[in-house]
Design a protein around this ligand. Structure first.
Ligand SMILES: [Zn+2]
Length: 111
């Protein structure tokens, strides 16, 4: 099989996987717990009962970074959509590389 044949097969597989992704949520979630500044708070006891967890969802909107807090249940529900977005980006990068391989092999792009 030539490079371009195997790259075309890979592109077909990528297209199929992309079409199976129903929705994709951009950004990432950071989960944090923390001890506050009040010395007598439960978060300073032994064992400590820390504040949180807080789920902050961060994404880029234009050039800005936007952060919103999510509830624990909301986070569990949205987690697969964040994973979908990550996967789509991976697939897109792979498709771009496969496209270059096809075009090079067929002389449409300089080697
Ligand atoms: Zn505290």
């Amino acid at each position: 099989m030539t490079d371009s044949e195997s790259a075309r097969i890979r592109i077909a597989e990528i297209r199929e996987e992309l079409s199976s992704i129903p929705m994709a949520l951009p950004g990432s979630v950071t989960i944090r717990t923390y001890a506050c500044g009040k010395a007598y708070c439960a978060c300073h006891k032994d064992p400590p009962k820390l504040h949180g967890p807080y789920y902050s969802w961060t994404r880029k909107v234009g050039k800005k970074t936007v952060t919103k807090l999510l509830g624990a249940e909301q986070y569990e529900k949205l987690k697969p959509l964040l994973e979908n977005h990550r996967r789509m980006r991976e697939l897109l990068t792979e498709m771009a590389e496969a496209t270059i391989a096809v075009l090079r092999d067929e002389g449409e792009l300089p080697a």
